[in-house]
Ligand binder design. Structure first.
Ligand SMILES: [Zn+2]
Length: 132
């Protein structure tokens, strides 16, 4: 059994005249979905953090980010590293094509935009091979 049973997202109020979003929080007391309407533009009611605007102090923001890291597979540093690696690979492929060393199909998709930050030396080599 899943932790959260199927949750209703809307309910009718004012005698069935107004359809309004239902709070998605679970009541600590009853272990059931909160029956209150969610705040406008939010998924939870005022009692369940709908009016919260998040941590403000550096300490609070750091604590929040620590809690949100589940396993460290996706951190901004790792994403940047992966982005740079794929940009380097794309630049090497472009240089290979420019020198006539490559055969077969080219890698589909757009080229990474972080090439200038990832490998300026490869960008310079590519400019020398293919001057505009
Ligand atoms: Zn609620």
């Amino acid at each position: 059994m899943s932790k959260h049973p199927a949750r209703s997202t809307f309910f009718m109020t004012l005698g069935g005249k107004i359809r309004c979003p239902q709070c998605q929080a679970t009541s600590k007391r009853t272990r059931q979905q909160c029956k209150a309407p969610a705040l406008k533009g939010k998924s939870v009611c005022r009692f369940h953090g709908g009016r919260s605007t998040g941590p403000k102090t550096p300490k609070g923001r750091h604590r929040c980010s620590e809690v949100k890291i589940v396993h460290g597979e996706q951190t901004s540093a790792l994403r940047t590293e992966r982005s740079y690696a794929s940009a380097r690979l794309a630049m090497l492929e472009s240089i290979g094509w420019g020198l006539g060393m490559m055969t077969g199909p080219k890698t589909p998709g757009r080229k990474p935009t972080s090439a200038n930050a990832a490998c300026p030396e490869l960008v310079e080599i590519l400019k020398q091979i293919r001057p505009k």
